[in-house]
Design a binder for this molecule. Structure first.
Ligand SMILES: [Ca+2]
Length: 115
């Protein structure tokens, strides 16, 4: 039953990531249910296709919105209220800091301590 071993190996290579995965990788994946059980690559968010199965990855309200721009800024808060840099994401946005600073909380930048 050599072929069975081969198929099993292929299956494990394709669908196993070693340890059971809990949660999604926030930088590369989108969490469909918000519970970490189903993750899809971020580039499938707002692509017009129902990749999650529950349309969680296609929220009309957020797709195509650049929260960092002045036009789309929620509540008129330009730059998402970020201290330094605002990065638009398919859904929502995130704040970032310049070199030498680190993000504290979601929006605040603080100078890195030199050690
Ligand atoms: Ca999609």
């Amino acid at each position: 039953m050599q072929w069975l071993n081969y198929e099993l190996m292929l299956y494990l290579m394709l669908f196993s990531t070693g340890d059971p995965k809990i949660g999604c990788n926030n930088t590369t994946e989108f969490d469909c249910g918000g519970d970490g059980k189903m993750c899809i690559p971020l580039d499938r968010v707002c692509n017009g296709k129902n990749d999650c199965g529950n349309w969680a990855d296609e929220p009309k309200k957020y797709c195509g919105v650049n929260e960092c721009s002045a036009e789309d800024a929620p509540g008129g808060v330009i730059g998402g209220g970020c201290d330094q840099q605002c990065i638009d994401l398919p859904i929502g946005y995130k704040c970032a800091c310049k070199d030498g600073y680190e993000l504290v909380g979601n929006k605040t930048c603080r100078g890195r301590k030199l050690s």
